[in-house]
Ligand binder design. Structure first.
Ligand code: ADP
Ligand code: MG
Length: 267
């Protein structure tokens, strides 16, 4: 009896799994017009008994394959917005859809799956793990989604090749320059070929020359993978490579033309 129950449970699990994947695919096919759709998003932080409004009724889209630069003064809420889009910060008011999935309606495990499989992150401070080699850092997203060691190897080699660091696979982060560390972080973010890359001031810790190289590389790889990129930046040059420029100011978002850029208050 025990054996039959186990088999029955296993079949039930399989059916659940298949129908979940199908409905997920179907749902994303129907609603998958934008990589990101932010709708009437508001956010505030409460510390002690005072509450500060960071975002007020923010709405915008990032189309599939589009590179969007997000600019705004320090403290204007750019990182908060990225954290809301990646599901790290809970949504209080409004809605964010990533590849058609409404973040406020999915549960924690779906959110974790979305973050792991469909989004890649690049941070200002690289956020590499110092005790792991370059190749192990790059492999992290694969290891976290249980890709077998055998299947990881060719992907790691490709990702390191793409950022020109194939000879540094066994080195550790502190043996690399800032620009090289950011290239490792790019390889890590892209190894899954995620539909969406979120980059929070990725050139902020680099000198102008390395920043430019890192940015050109990121832009080229994002194009090759047809990923969408939302890029927070302080560099005017960065914003000019984007398809669209958004300015976050006093909790509101507005679209900027490239001509407006030089006179913008954000610089
Ligand atoms: P930016 O990335 O544009 O510099 P942030 O999104 O980091 O801005 O921060 C926007 C504002 O929200 C800042 O005033 C910051 O101090 C505040 N803030 C950010 N995170 C928190 C938090 N977890 N708790 C309270 N206040 C926060
Ligand atoms: Mg920030």
């Amino acid at each position: 009896m025990g054996v039959f129950k186990t088999i029955r449970d296993a079949i039930r699990q399989l059916i659940n799994h298949v129908s979940f994947s199908l409905s997920h695919r179907l749902r994303s096919l129907i609603t998958q017009t934008h990589a990101i759709a932010v709708d009437a998003l508001s956010h505030s932080y409460t510390t002690g008994n005072s509450s500060t409004q960071i975002l007020s009724d923010v709405s915008f889209f990032v189309e599939r394959g589009e590179t969007v630069a997000l600019i705004g003064r320090s403290g204007s809420g750019k990182s908060t917005l990225l954290n809301l889009i990646s599901g790290l910060e809970p949504i209080i008011s409004g809605e964010v859809r990533v590849n058609g999935q409404a973040l406020s309606t999915i549960n924690d495990s779906e959110r974790t799956r979305l973050r792991g499989a469909e989004i890649g992150f690049i941070y200002q401070a690289f956020n590499l793990i110092p005790t792991l080699s370059v190749e192990d850092n790059v492999a992290l997203p694969l290891a976290l989604s249980n890709v077998s060691y055998k299947h990881q190897q060719p992907k790691i080699a490709d990702a390191l090749q793409a950022v020109g660091l194939q000879t540094r696979a066994r080195d550790y982060p502190d043996q690399l320059s800032g620009g090289e560390q950011q290239r490792v972080a790019i390889a890590r973010a892209l190894i899954h070929r995620p539909a969406l890359i979120l980059a929070d001031e990725p050139t902020g810790n680099l000198d102008a020359q390395s920043g430019r190289l890192v940015l050109e590389l990121l832009s080229k790889l994002v194009d090759e993978q047809s990923s969408s990129l939302l890029l927070v930046t302080h560099s005017q040059e960065v914003a000019t490579v984007a398809d669209k420029i958004l300015l976050l100011e006093q909790g509101g978002i507005s679209s900027l033309s490239k001509q407006d850029l030089s006179s913008s208050a954000a610089w």
